[in-house]
Design a protein around this ligand. Structure first.
Ligand code: UTP
Length: 231
């Protein structure tokens, strides 16, 4: 893997806030891992998702008000990503760029720090899409999607116990699996809007679980557990 390009990590909010509480044990391991890789010369953009924080606020809005527009639901999710991203930015405050990317039109020029933290932007997508925008704007060729989804399966593993993980997929095959419409708070391995953009940019996306050692194997060019999606 090429160290001259930044690595974009789409860090699922489910890893930061799994069940409403913050997973400090996971975050401690993530902190150590990222710092060890920076010592080896890697640079990262870390886009942080909303996890259960987003889903709790989205569900609460629906419960109290009844029907809410997708626009309103997405904004609740976006604010959740902002809070989680502030936590990640604080963890890396000594080495991260001081501004969290929340407006993707304002490009960072003269980037000096080895880490940039980013969060949700506009309604209509998830932070997976934002990760792809960063890859486009900062010259990355891979996005690593870390979440509680360990791979792309041939069918939903929560509903079908015989679902099989798929190790290699083309973008066209993956788009068929995720479809092409967006629903606020939905939980895709990689969101349909992000899929369209990543496919057009000819990116490679790795869908892996939460394990940082597994992530390290991708950087080292070793075999890892998860799905690789390529043009
Ligand atoms: P996430 O990126 O966390 O989505 O954004 P997710 O699909 O729940 O991903 P995981 O499970 O954390 O990995 C949470 C919600 O925030 C809104 C969407 O409603 C999304 O579902 N959002 C996020 C946006 O509308 N725009 C963005 O740019 C980012």
């Amino acid at each position: 893997m090429d160290k001259s390009k930044p690595i974009i990590i789409s860090l699922g909010g489910s890893l930061v806030v799994p069940n409403g509480g913050i997973d400090t044990v996971y975050l401690s391991g993530f902190n150590k891992f990222i710092r060890s890789k920076i010592a080896e010369g890697w640079r990262f953009f870390i886009v942080v998702g909303g996890g259960t924080l987003a889903r709790h606020f989205i569900d609460a809005g629906k419960k109290v008000i009844g029907e809410l527009t997708d626009w309103d639901l997405d904004w609740l999710g976006i604010h959740a990503t902002h809070l989680n991203a502030h936590l990640i930015r604080t963890i890396f405050r000594d080495i991260a760029h001081p501004r969290i990317v929340e407006n993707y039109k304002k490009k960072i020029i003269n980037l000096k720090q080895p880490i940039v933290v980013a969060a949700g932007w506009e309604p209509g997508c998830s932070t997976d899409y934002d990760a792809v925008v960063l890859a486009r704007d900062y010259g990355a060729s891979i996005v690593v999607n870390m979440s509680n989804i360990t791979a792309v399966y041939d069918k939903d593993p929560k509903k079908f116990p015989d679902a099989k993980p798929l190790n290699n997929l083309k973008w066209s095959q993956f788009q068929e699996i995720v479809g092409d419409s967006w629903k606020p708070g939905s939980n895709y391995p990689f969101d349909p809007m992000a899929t369209k953009l990543a496919s057009g940019l000819k990116l490679t996306v790795y869908v892996i679980g939460k394990d940082v050692e597994n992530m390290g194997k991708i950087l080292d060019g070793k075999s890892f557990s998860g799905t690789t999606i390529t043009p």
